[in-house]
Design a protein around this ligand. Structure first.
Ligand SMILES: Cc1cc2nc3c(=O)[nH]c(=O)nc-3n(C[C@H](O)[C@H](O)[C@H](O)COP(=O)(O)OP(=O)(O)OC[C@H]3O[C@@H](n4cnc5c(N)ncnc54)[C@H](O)[C@@H]3O)c2cc1C
Ligand code: SF4
Length: 531
């Protein structure tokens, strides 16, 4: 199989006189899957995507080493990623037109390797968020957030579907795990998912491809947790580790260097993304038309029947408003955008917006909940030879272990830690190490590298605030990045805003085994200490 490295051109010509079998709005996980399934059954589908088509194969550069990038993977200094505290303290919109930054993006853009996701996440200056304080992560490109997701791919169980029956809280879903299991199986076999079967009722196994290996620290943690009946399993990733013979746009995972870069992305598309996993194969059926730069503004309704007639959309480049027609409309523009579109689709038969007779659209949805991260040493491994532990789609995952047989007094349901064991690099040594590596490579620091070191810029950090000692910083003289000398260094205060970065900061201060919270660190949950 030859991997296709160039995305296919998208047929954009939309026939506004024709009635398509279906219009799908949005091309992310939801819209991509809808378009794929419908076209595979021979239906003619029009897919409307607000963002542009981006060549993520060229954009993500998963094989690029930090020292081959002028800013160690950081986005340009003219850009800003919102901090946690900004969401709490400032009133939206978070970026005014006269903001000194060229681009202002959501907090995930502040993570490691932000230069690779800078064209994927929305620029708040162009698309200001207004409303109540909210950390909204938007990816307005073909494939939406699947281009940068953390790849943790799990199955729900009847502990989720039938939660009320189990603990008395909320409502049971009208479906159970057995209803949905055959579809999970299909998706796993079609898209590829890596993991290790554990046979747990509360975290059903998928149809796994080869699991990624736990490293030494993680094996130790697995063993120690097993003593108290808890399970630690390799990260269950939406990544094909054995390959997919039926998909020429995706390669199997080669465990290369950049998977720890978050927000993520994989330029050989071993990690699932909607364009290569769903949309490009759907295009090959000949039943799909994709129109990018098309912002849906309203689901139009046939006044005679009250049913959806099509979608009114705006051309993002020209501002022209058009209406495309279809027998059915599928809205998959992400939770918030879909709700907005439904609410904006008011008509005589649907005065509160289409699909909103209950008045619940836009209410009672659940966002990702970020939790605290913890980290620690595995003392037995301190000083041991370095191992190559990155280049994996993830580290480990701990399925829930609370409120299964027991009943906690203080909380219902669960928490599910995940994380990664990794050999940390001491901060001064990092510099020496990078330098030694470059000398060995015969490359030297180069102009940008030296400048970055002087300015104290790091891979994984945004611009630092100006420091009065900046000009004095000289790593060769033992100064630290802020201009402090080693004897000046005190533990940094940890403002709430920086809590997510804490493991990184401490990771640079001392040699140790550390657990990086995942993109992971991102939305979903905490990293976990390996102690
Ligand atoms: C950094 C990060 C890490 C994550 N990690 C994980 C993980 O490990 N595991 C996990 O399960 N989930 C993870 N998620 C969440 C997961 O990526 C999302 O839940 C999922 O991709 C959402 O898919 P969607 O199709 O609903 O929305 P999106 O992917 O947001 O797609 C919506 C699409 O609709 C388009 N659109 C929006 N409005 C309009 C409009 N009016 N007209 C036309 N098009 C429109 C957008 O441009 C976008 O392309 C992560 C998310 C992020 C950001
Ligand atoms: S480790 Fe695998 S999934 Fe991650 S970037 Fe590399 S090839 Fe892609």
């Amino acid at each position: 199989m030859t991997l296709l490295r160039v995305p296919p051109p998208l047929p954009k010509a939309v026939d506004l006189k024709r009635t398509y079998d279906a219009i799908v709005v949005g091309s992310g996980a939801a819209g991509g899957m809808a378009a794929h399934v419908l076209t595979s059954h021979g239906l003619d589908v029009l897919l409307l995507e607000a963002g542009k088509q981006l060549d993520t194969t060229a954009e993500l550069k998963s094989l690029e080493w930090p020292y081959d990038h002028p800013r160690r993977g950081d986005m340009p200094y003219t850009s800003h990623a919102l901090r946690g505290a900004e969401y709490a303290l400032r009133k939206p919109p978070y970026a005014s037109k006269d903001s000194p930054w060229k681009t202002v993006q959501s907090y995930v853009q502040g993570w490691n390797g932000s230069d690779y996701s800078k064209n994927i996440l929305v620029n708040e200056k162009e698309h200001p968020y207004t409303g109540t304080n909210y950390a909204w992560v938007r990816a307005r490109v073909l494939g939406g957030k699947t281009n940068i997701w953390g790849r943790l791919a799990l199955r729900l169980s009847d502990y989720d579907f039938k939660g009320k029956s189990h603990d008395g809280w909320g409502e049971d879903w009208p479906i159970s795990y057995t209803d949905i299991e055959p579809y999970y199986d299909k998706v796993d076999l079609y898209l590829g998912i890596s993991g290790h079967p554990e046979g747990l009722a509360h975290l059903p196994d998928s149809k796994f491809q080869r699991a990624t290996r736990l490293n030494a620290a993680e094996v130790m943690l697995r063993q120690s947790m097993a003593k108290s009946g808890k399970v630690l399993t390799p990260y269950r990733a939406g990544v094909t580790t054995d390959g997919l013979k039926h998909n020429k746009f995706r390669s199997r995972c080669f465990g290369r260097g950049a998977c720890n870069r978050r927000a993520g992305g994989c330029d050989i598309h071993a990690a699932f993304d909607s364009p290569t996993g769903l949309i490009y194969p759907a295009l090959e059926t000949g039943h799909l038309i994709v129109r990018t730069g098309s912002v849906a503004r309203e689901v139009t309704v046939d006044p005679a029947t009250g049913k959806a007639r099509g979608v009114s959309f705006v051309d993002a480049a020209t501002g022209e408003i058009m209406e495309a027609r279809a027998k059915a409309v599928v809205v998959g523009a992400s939770t918030l955008e879909s709700a907005r579109l439904l609410l904006n689709s008011k008509s005589a038969p649907h005065p509160n917006g289409i699909g909103n007779s209950s008045g619940h659209v836009g209410h009672n949805f659940c966002e990702h909940v970020m939790g605290p991260g913890v980290d620690g040493f595995v003392k037995d491994l301190v000083g041991k030879p370095r191992t190559l532990d990155d280049g994996r789609p993830g580290g480990f995952y701990v399925p829930r272990f609370r409120n299964l047989e027991d009943k906690q007094k203080d909380f219902v349901r669960e928490h599910r830690p995940r994380g990664q064991g990794q050999v940390g690099r001491p901060r001064p040594a990092l510099r020496l190490q990078v330098r030694r590596q470059r000398e060995e490579d015969g490359r030297g620091h180069g102009h940008h590298g030296a400048r970055d070191l002087r300015r104290g810029r790091h891979r994984g950090r945004g611009p630092r605030p100006a420091h009065p000692h900046r000009r004095l910083v000289d790593p060769r003289a033992g100064h630290r990045a802020h201009g402090q000398r080693p004897q000046d260094v005190r533990p940094d205060p940890a403002p709430a805003v920086a809590r997510r970065e804490e493991p990184f900061r401490r990771g640079r201060q001392q040699p140790r085994e550390r657990v990086l919270p995942e993109s992971d660190l991102d939305h979903h949950g905490p990293g976990l200490a390996v102690v």
